[in-house]
Design a protein around this ligand. Sequence first.
Ligand code: FAS
Ligand code: PHB
Length: 389
Amino acid sequence: MRTDVVIIGGGPSGLLLSQLLNRAGVDTVVLERASRAHVLGRIRAGVLEAGTVGMLQQAGAGDRMLREGMPHDGCIFSDDDLMVRIDFAELTGKTVMVYGQTEVTADLYAAQDAIGATILHEVSDVAIRDADTDAPFVAFTHEGARKRIDCAYVAGCDGFHGVSRKTIPESVRREHERVYPFGWLGVLSRTPPAHEELIYANSANGFALASMRNPMLSRYYVQVPLSDRVEDWSDDRFWERLTSCLPREVAGTLVTGPSVEKSIAPLRSFVSEPLRWGRLFLVGDAAHIVPPTGAKGLNLAVSDVFYLHQALIRAVRHGETDGIDSYSARALGRIWKAMRFSWSMTMMLHRFDGEDSFAAEMRKATLLHLAQSETARRDLAENYIGLPF
Ligand code: FAS
Ligand code: PHB
């Protein structure tokens, strides 16, 4: 087989890149390790930046999002009972879209099917070969047979545990990491959301987030020690902790119910540089991980796709390499700013075991300053709704 671009990974970044390239006349093959059902069963991000909304529309995969998604003008930060509203619309003129990554992935699969894109599921033993030459290829096993695809370029959209990043020699890679000493226990429940907007709650009992998917599907998170396992948390224990973290005026009207999904995600900040090695390009979680505190993970993957799809179209269709030559530096410029925002939000809102009273007072002062300074609220809003591509 031969194609223009082999895309490793059929998550949101791989599917979006495939959709944009094919619509521009660049042929692709997507290689996905899991089954389509498994990919579609994942529950992850919930907030889309304005740039992401635009990219999905540009890809022809935005219609259901515009019908069923919930535009949000603001969100709340709370410190025990103090509630501070960040008015995105007033402070930046922009809003965000609350629409689950699960739905984004389903819409991208539907759009890919509509154009007859090639997506091979349940592939294994993917190996990227000769990426540092002008004739790269990808070997893999599919339906019991070992296969090979020759291509012009390879896009590594295979997430943190994929093969793409590790294909770049360690001597070339520069990795930066911060692993946080806690995780998020997430619950999905068929109950009305605690509040009409998201609440990021700092409290004496740690961090909690009240989010949603639709008017009868709520998504909640509480901070838990890394040593905790999902089986340590009954629904009752979860609701009790969430209630203890939310402001009393919200907790008092919280509707609880059985969890339909419950999982623990560790938190880390991670960047691997450069994003390019020869004809291999890293995209999304394959290159970087952010703590979900800033709602940046999925959105950062989309901005990588914004830069790379333009670059690959210029290279494949017009033989111009300026875009691929500048991709890594351009994408990293935005990645580091989103990395900083996600890190600062995580430090502002989480209790660290063994922290002293000074750290707790710093958190309180940060939230109080947010309440009293429009400049501080505008800075947070500009980062939350998404910095320009
Ligand atoms: P993905 O990891 O989504 O997709 C990579 C794909 O590559 C997967 O389908 C995988 O099966 C496939 N793959 C891996 N290795 C392969 C191989 N060797 N060969 C072929 N295919 C391979 N972000 C937020 O903004 N908010 C959140 O609340 C949030 N919660 C999250 C919770 C969890 C548990 C996780 C893991 C992530 C969360 N994220 C969140 C971040 C998440 O949304 C990612 O940023 C987003 O999925 C990035 O998309 P991709 O880069 O496509 O990577
Ligand atoms: C979610 O709804 O899953 C969500 C929303 C905002 C975040 C993280 C997760 O910052």
